[in-house]
Design a binder for this molecule. Structure first.
Ligand code: T4K
Length: 376
């Protein structure tokens, strides 16, 4: 069996044509404005506001700080119900705000928070739900909204993976009180590093702007102890340029996903999430599959290692569960997290990115098929 002669990583950032970026750099060289709410950032914020169809957007230098600041601006405290099946930043943002994360289970299809588990975990100290549209899969939006309404909780979505996803023709950002998007280089859509908040309460904009800029109101007044979480002009330039290519990025990712699904559906022990319902326009940001050891004949970890021999570097997003990291092991977790534990043991995210050729996807599928066949 052939192996790749170059490493195939789980992702590889899309880069716009170099001339587009150098053309933009001329503006920066002309203005000498590199950061602190320069003209490109202001244009970028306007574009995103049109893209998301809301004036309530705010840009940050990364998604993690954006989420930390969101929680602070909203005055969230006490306990927040969240998922253990996500990237560490989701929970770290709670920790940095001295909020206690309460981990509850996920549902087995799309791996988002299980609304029943959320409701069962509410206590008098619960102030909010922090749910994750993991892999860009929309959460159970109606059920979570209903629970939040009945219990008077704030509903915050970590939509780090969900750029470009719409539900019933509306951007995913219109659900819940606040949504966080990450524009990190590893994302389908990126601005090198970057983050964005969108929110329903227009009054939050001024607080978010203060918090990301040291709390400065003007040269001599600091109205709150803010931090430095500003996006710079180079990031904004990349963000504007990549946005122009978004439709093509999603379309090509859709084609890659279709090949994986077609080719791997015949291999025993490989389970894909169901395709999204018709009212969801999905972004194909990740390619998660579950490896069912009893059927495939090899564990997820063994396959993950074996693929490396062929120069295929898949990832185990998101393993281990967050509650199993040393820094969160001290938290008591009441929910047995049955689905989360099973999925974290089985999940493998396969390479998907813009310049991954269809022939390369076919070859990854051949390799997986062959590994299975060789098991006898
Ligand atoms: N919430 C959720 C649900 C998130 O997933 C994330 C971030 C956040 C919040 C926080 O947002 P940010 O603060 O990051 O904006 C990566 C990313 O660093 C992280 O942004 C992302 N989630 C997470 C899921 O994945 P790593 O440690 O796995 O990345 P790394 O450096 O191992 O990159 C993966 C592969 O991508 C590499 O093997 C090669 C390729 N790569 C990576 C970079 C950075 C490139 O080809 N070029 C590059 O520039 O965390």
């Amino acid at each position: 069996m052939k192996k790749f002669d170059k490493p195939i990583y789980v992702t590889r950032p899309f880069l716009p044509p170099l001339e587009e970026f150098t053309e933009g750099l001329k503006e920066i060289w002309g203005s000498h404005l590199l950061t602190n709410r320069g003209p490109i950032l202001r244009r970028y914020e306007q574009r995103l506001s049109e893209f998301f169809d809301t004036p309530n957007v705010c840009l940050f230098n990364n998604g993690t700080l954006a989420l930390q600041i969101a929680l602070q601006a909203m005055g969230i405290s006490g306990e927040v119900i969240t998922t253990p099946f996500t990237f560490v930043a989701t929970t770290h943002a709670l920790y940095w705000n001295k909020i206690r994360p309460v981990f509850v289970d996920i549902e087995p299809d799309y791996y988002t928070l299980d609304p029943e588990a959320v409701e069962a975990a509410i206590t008098p100290w619960t102030t909010a739900i922090l749910a994750v549209h993991v892999y860009g899969h929309p959460c159970k939006l109606d059920a979570l909204a209903e629970i939040a309404r009945r219990h008077n909780l704030r509903l915050i979505y970590d939509a780090a993976h969900a750029f470009g996803v719409t539900v019933d023709g509306k951007s995913i950002c219109h659900f819940g009180d606040m949504s966080l998007f990450s524009f990190h280089a590893t994302k389908l859509y990126h601005s090198i590093e970057g983050g964005m908040l969108s929110f329903q309460d227009a009054g939050l904009k001024i607080t978010l702007d203060y918090l990301k800029n040291f709390g400065f109101k003007n040269e001599t007044e600091v109205v709150m102890p803010g931090t430095n979480a500003k996006m710079n002009e180079f990031q904004a330039l990349m963000g504007i340029l990549v946005l122009r290519h978004l439709d093509g990025l999603i379309e090509r990712a859709r084609k890659i996903d279709a090949v994986y699904r077609k080719r791997l559906k015949e291999v025993p022990g490989i389970k894909f999430p169901p395709t999204q319902p018709n009212n969801v326009a999905y972004n194909y940001a990740y390619e998660p599959v579950e490896i069912i050891e009893e059927e495939f004949g090899m564990s997820r970890d063994a396959l993950y290692q074996k693929l490396k021999e062929f120069n295929v570097h898949s990832r185990r997003y998101f393993y281990p569960l967050l509650c199993d990291y040393a820094c969160y092991q001290g938290l008591s977790v009441k929910d047995p997290l049955i689905v989360s534990r099973r999925v974290a043991e089985r999940i493998l995210t396969l390479p998907i990115y813009d310049d991954l050729k269809i022939a390369e996807v076919e070859m990854i599928c051949d390799i997986i098929q062959q590994i299975h066949n060789d098991l006898g």
